[in-house]
Design a protein around this ligand. Structure first.
Ligand code: DAH
Length: 330
């Protein structure tokens, strides 16, 4: 068989082969190896060059090169077709009307959001932030705050005892004492934190909740300043048209004392959010502040109550159920 015939045979074999499975890239690659590979049919024809008479060799080389280029380009376009078909198949199988995949993104707990807001408001008017112990002795939680032994707040039913003389604090007011024991006036702090009470659970009371305590001690601190500050706080927290009222009250550690209510338009009733007052000179005496020079005001607000009003939540227990349907809304 002449070289020309051999070339013709390779060409037609290649054509038959490539036309039989044009969509399969694995088979196409086998084909490439069989014809165009290092030991493929074309390479074998090149190997026979030595046995070709010298005067025909140049022409033979030219024919073989043409064969190689033709097959290579036929192969390249076949591969290209396969790729395009593949891509078309993939895009045909995409249903653009399907809803997207929703990635679960966490949210910040409403109590944490409310705490952050309260802190931001007080920071912007000159308060620093301090923290104190959640387990404390009876002296800091009660006695130093002028809550005597027989006071109902010290009753076993309100207080969780960890051991003798170690209680889960019933309010953040214990930190007032720690702050004043450790620092000289003037001081201006808020104290966020968890507090615990062993009391009847209801829509507005839970055994665990959060408070933010406030304490400002300086010369010439007045009740009207306290009232102005809390008014300002309420307007920033709930908006300019908030309905707020101060109600005379009693706390052993303040004199005079008041409670602040915010109108709950959902329930059509007032809701108490904080207690406050002018620091009782007896408390100053317990921490060694001279009450003839220094005056102070203090307040303690319930964060759950504030969050309930702000986000229109009807039951304090929602905050502690960890129900994702509730938490997702914030
Ligand atoms: N400690 C009080 C409570 O838990 C709240 C309170 C009232 C805090 C008056 C104060 C205050 O600092 O001056 O109910």
């Amino acid at each position: 068989m002449s070289l020309k015939d051999k070339i013709g045979a390779v060409r037609s074999n290649f054509r038959t082969a490539i036309e039989s499975f044009p969509t399969d890239s694995i088979k196409l690659d086998e084909l490439r190896i069989r014809f165009l590979g290092r030991k493929g049919e074309i390479a074998q024809l090149f190997n026979t060059m030595g046995s070709i008479p010298a005067d025909e060799r140049a022409n033979a080389g030219k024919l073989l090169n043409e064969l190689k280029i033709d097959l290579q380009s036929a192969f390249d376009s076949a591969i290209k077709n396969v790729d395009q078909n593949q891509r078309k198949k993939e895009s045909d199988s995409v249903d653009y009307s399907l809803p997207g995949i929703e990635l679960p993104i966490g949210s910040i707990h409403p109590i944490e959001q409310t705490l952050t807001e309260v802190k931001d408001i007080f920071k912007s008017i000159g308060f620093s932030i301090a923290y104190g112990p959640e387990i404390d002795d009876e002296y800091h939680n009660f006695e130093a705050l002028n809550i005597p032994k027989h006071h109902p707040a010290r009753d076993m039913q309100d207080t969780f005892f960890v051991e003798d003389n170690a209680v889960l604090r019933t309010h953040t007011s214990n930190v007032q004492i720690h702050l004043m024991e450790n620092e000289e006036p003037p001081i201006r702090y808020i104290v966020p934190g968890r507090v615990y009470r062993n009391e009847a659970i209801s829509y507005k009371s839970f055994c665990l909740f959060h408070q933010v305590e406030g304490l400002y001690v300086d010369k010439n601190v007045s009740f009207s300043e306290l009232k102005g500050t809390l008014d300002y706080f309420a307007r920033r927290m709930f908006g300019e048209d908030v309905k707020i009222r101060f109600r005379p009250s009693y706390f052993p550690f303040t004199e005079p004392s008041a409670e602040v209510d915010i109108w709950n338009s959902e329930r059509n009733q007032w809701m108490e959010i904080l207690g406050c007052g002018i620091v009782n000179p007896k408390v100053f005496k317990n921490v060694g502040y001279d009450s003839t020079i220094w005056h102070g005001y203090a307040f303690g607000m319930g964060i759950e109550r504030i969050a309930m009003l702000k986000y229109k939540i009807q039951d304090i227990r929602h905050f502690y159920r960890n129900d994702i349907r509730f938490l997702e809304q914030f």
